[in-house]
Write a protein that binds this ligand. Sequence first.
Ligand SMILES: Nc1nc2c(ncn2[C@@H]2O[C@H](COP(=O)(O)OP(=O)(O)OP(=O)(O)O)[C@@H](O)[C@H]2O)c(=O)[nH]1
Length: 407
Amino acid sequence: MAKPSSEEGETAAKPKGGLFSRVFGRKEAPAAPPPSTEEPLAQALEQERDASAGPFDEAAPQDVTEVDEALPDAPFETEAPPQADPSPLSFAPMPPIAEGQKRSWWTRLREGLARSSNSIGAGLIAIFTKRKLDSGMLDDLEDVLIRADLGVATAARIAQIVGKGRYDKNVEIEEVKDILATEVERVLGPYAKPLDVDTGEKPFVILVVGVNGSGKTTTIGKLASQFSGEGRKVLLAAGDTFRAAAVMQLRIWGERLSCPVIYREQGADASALAFDAVKAARERGDDVVLIDTAGRLQNRAELMAELDKIIRVVRKVDESAPHAVLLVLDATVGQNALSQVEIFGRVAGVTGLVMTKLDGTARGGILVAITDKFHLPIHYIGVGETAGDLEPFTAREFARAIAGIEG
Ligand SMILES: Nc1nc2c(ncn2[C@@H]2O[C@H](COP(=O)(O)OP(=O)(O)OP(=O)(O)O)[C@@H](O)[C@H]2O)c(=O)[nH]1
């Protein structure tokens, strides 16, 4: 964990005011924070804990105590714009934000999905070149599509459509690609839904969950970039308190985008941090809070329970929060993504999906299998590591890119 800068240290040593001034101590205090915001955090948490059915009853008591006691000296700060805190941010450089934005999204999408589309394309060439259609070829087509992770049901449907009226005839590969694209679009189309940030919710709280390394922190950086670009006030919460590097990674994004980042020392209680973040965002008048969480395998019950706790604690500040729970899926994991959607969906009430790393796999079809089974909105897909490599999901473009259709 990076040590706080001397400036942070000074801030931490100052007498404690309300949550706002404690969290945002380095900045000008707002003109007149509402009385509740002047309530010391320790006291606020104490009251929450005392509430008979509150989530803090269920928390390990030492967790809360530790958080309360640690606060005066903890590096519980927000990141100011770069010049205010240059010292600890010397993490491995990430690709420049502008880099991914030079080419059009369609080009990047096509390039990103090239491994999937090339693999399918090569399969089609092997099956359909200079042969008249028979049932064995349709079985082979199904195999190719299943290997691309489109799922058995979709693969069978596509093979059936290709077979209709074409037995004993030469089948053009472009014809098969068109059928593939149409069918993929048909499955995905109803679920391609932009993430709707409801301006009536201030802040709109977005919880980001997923297994280790799926791309949560990177996705948060990309989303923060997009929201900031739209003129929204964004607050980032480094809820991945397990990994110091994850906190640092988020702080770097925050610094680049001039978004404040709330973080604590490694090992701190993630739900308390989420609580503070939402409360602070409310006091600051932020539009969006993006809460990062530690990666967790869906089969680790105790870690999944922690996620449930984060949600319950956030609801102590705002009953309707989180307003979106995004499950970030790494496309390269293939079929395992299905069980991730099932279990995260059950525990965390996932409201929508973000699929990353489509550029790193030949099995991008997994998005089709997931949608066929779970019918969850797909908000974004990622095809690279830069801020410009995340775009709202559009079924038609995705379908054409994965089928390898030009133009
Ligand atoms: N190629 C590619 N890499 C990506 C994409 N999204 C994220 N990554 C990379 O994947 C790696 C893991 O991303 P993180 O954002 O750290 O993942 P995380 O889910 O926060 O990881 P944990 O904190 O360990 O759970 C990083 O090297 C990212 O740059 C993507 O769409 N394409």
